[in-house]
Design a protein around this ligand. Structure first.
Ligand code: TRP
Length: 341
């Protein structure tokens, strides 16, 4: 949190010094957890003048599942979500893992810098294996934090907006950068995480947000679908609404969402709703979310039909990512003394 605060300060004073990279796995549509946890920060960084790199982490889809599903559809959808949310393809580089060979090749020297024991301790990897019901962890799942280090370091990003669950990977990236620099000379920055204040948002049933549990509001939903989904959100039997995250986690979560949309403290929202009960709470949240997402949804609808537009953006983003990844790989080879001709 202290590091995040330091970045916020740099963002005001010296935005050009910031290069942001973040990524999403194309496993389905983005939801409000992504939106409040990361996307709003991306757009804010872009608006302040930081350089933006937005990865669609397609190789990471097969870390915890065998099948890629409708990968084309998911990549298309993810690109749209990001642009509709405000990423400007003229200023942000949007690209996919699979189209940038030099990025992937960085994983080789990076793997030599980490130990198996260190990888096996990574709590996020363990968590993902557990959630996916995997008992025998595959080679890619075990090593994907190192692949993620390649994602971040290939363009020498120094700020990474993520949720709390990604902190172990960011720490791994810093370790990889540090060890590479120690062994071969100063090459990579040690990037900082930018945590949003919204990393604790839960699903509509009060458990961890997950598309497979159906407890999320997707960005692309219509206003009506959102209203219907929120009607089913879990509350409790206490009619008077109060903000009490410890004893009333479901109600507190809905209040927090309103607070994030409206920019009003959750305690104040609770006071205003008072004895209106769960019904009034959900009604206010429905309005808040639909208002917050209306511009994004309108823009998304506009772009949706234009498959060529999305393809053009990815083509340009991949070309730029390749240029930078090749330059970094050249530098790495040079530092390692692997230049022979
Ligand atoms: N692992 C991230 C997730 O599951 C996605 C991701 C891939 C990422 N590469 C990244 C996030 C680089 C930040 C930086 O959400």
């Amino acid at each position: 949190m202290a590091r995040s605060a330091a970045i916020e300060k740099r963002l005001e004073e010296n935005p050009e010094s910031l290069r942001m990279l973040t990524g999403d796995r194309p496993t389905g549509a983005l939801h409000i957890g992504h939106y409040f946890g990361s996307i709003r920060n991306r757009v804010k960084l872009q608006q302040s003048g930081a350089e933006i790199w937005q990865l669609i982490a397609d190789y990471q889809v097969i870390t915890d599942r065998e099948m890629l599903g409708d990968i084309r559809g998911s990549v298309h959808s993810l690109t749209l979500d990001n642009i509709a949310a405000g990423l400007d393809p003229e200023r942000a580089t949007i690209f996919t893992h699979s189209a940038v060979p030099a990025l992937n090749q960085l994983m080789l020297p990076f793997l030599s810098l980490v130990s198996v024991a260190e990888l096996q301790r990574n709590p996020t990897v363990k968590d993902e294996a557990k959630t996916a019901g995997i008992t025998s962890i595959g080679g890619l799942l075990l090593t994907y934090p190192v692949h993620q280090a390649a994602d971040i370091l290939f363009c020498k990003a120094n700020v990474v907006p993520v949720g709390r669950d990604q902190l172990p990977h960011l720490e791994q990236t810093r370790v990889v950068a540090r060890r590479f620099n120690e062994r071969y000379g100063a090459t990579f920055p040690e990037p900082d995480a930018l945590l949003s204040e919204a990393t604790l948002i839960l699903g509509l049933d009060g458990t961890k947000m997950s598309k497979s549990k159906g407890n999320v509001i997707e960005l692309r939903m219509t206003a009506d679908e959102t209203a219907k989904k929120l009607k089913g959100a879990k509350t409790d039997s206490d009619r008077v609404i109060t903000y009490d995250p410890e004893h009333r986690p479901e109600v507190a979560n809905l209040l927090l969402l309103i607070s994030l949309c409206e920019g009003v403290a959750p305690e104040l929202v609770a006071e205003e709703i008072g004895d209106g009960g769960g019904g009034a709470l959900k009604k206010r949240l429905t309005e808040a979310i639909n208002t917050e997402l209306a511009p994004l949804r309108a823009r998304r609808l506009e772009l949706e039909g234009d498959a060529a537009y999305v393809a053009d953006i990815l083509r340009a983003g991949n070309a730029r990512a390749n240029e930078v990844a090749e330059a970094t790989l050249d530098e790495v080879r040079e530092r390692m003394g692997m230049v022979y001709t």
